[in-house]
Design a protein around this ligand. Structure first.
Ligand SMILES: *Cc1c(COP(=O)(O)O)cnc(C)c1O
Length: 222
């Protein structure tokens, strides 16, 4: 199927309040343009180098979400244009994003990434680490980052009961943080969870952002 048809099919099945991030990693600029020409404006990439290379070649009204592990030395290249960094997995990273954003007088949207799957290889905070960040005195001084919610990746498994439980867990984390640390922050409203194989489950469990790659662009060739 064509990229346009794939996109339309996914969008038809998504509730209106759920944002679709088209994950374009490993795909060439031409494929991204096809999705753009079909109306898609939000794209996700997981490697800083790759995003830095593609961004100048593509329309300026694309909203880029960064969704991969980000090294602090790459932050300064993304901050001038990125719409959201979904993968904040340490205080050090958040501080660096704030520092670079302050330099150019921007405020960068961020999600706190949580480790919900069972693989050790996946990045993300646990509740204790998140609370440490949110209660630290330095956190209040970060005026150039805007925490918009949470993100997580379920375990890579066919066990859909497990995947659903991990999504439930992230939903629970979101509501706990919302109640305790962001009660009057309207911008803290996003739960980014769900990929090609599990986004329908994720939506059932309260996802507000789904990140879908292979279902739009086809299987990736690494
Ligand atoms: C690659 C990736 C996705 C999309 O994966 P698909 O299975 O191709 O939909 C979503 N989120 C993150 C963080 C990714 O790295």
């Amino acid at each position: 199927m064509e990229i346009r048809d794939n996109l339309n099919k996914i969008k038809e099945g998504l509730p209106e309040n759920v944002t679709l991030v088209a994950v374009s990693k490993t795909n060439p600029v031409e494929s991204i343009l096809k999705a753009y020409n079909a109306g898609q404006r939000i794209f996700g990439e997981n490697k800083a180098q790759e995003l830095i290379g593609k961004q100048p070649l593509l329309p300026g009204d694309i909203r880029w979400h960064f969704i991969g592990h980000l090294q602090t030395n790459k932050v300064k290249y993304l901050v001038p244009f990125v719409d959201m960094i979904e993968s904040v997995d340490s205080f050090k990273l958040l501080v660096e994003i704030n520092k670079q954003a302050e330099k150019i007088d921007r405020t960068v949207n961020c999600l706190l990434q949580f480790h919900i799957g069972e693989e050790d290889t996946k990045f993300g905070l646990d509740m204790e680490e998140a609370i440490e960040i949110l209660t630290s005195p330095e956190f209040d001084a970060l005026l150039h980052t805007r925490i918009c919610g949470v993100m997580g990746m379920a375990t890579f498994t066919d066990n859909m009961v497990q995947v659903r439980n991990e999504f439930k867990q992230l939903n629970h984390i979101f509501h706990k943080l919302k109640g305790e640390y962001f009660p009057d922050k309207n911008e803290f409203k996003e739960i980014s969870m769900g990929m090609s194989d599990d986004y329908q489950l994720a939506v059932e469990e309260g996802s507000t952002i789904v990140r879908i790659g292979s279902l739009i662009f086809g299987e990736r060739n690494y």
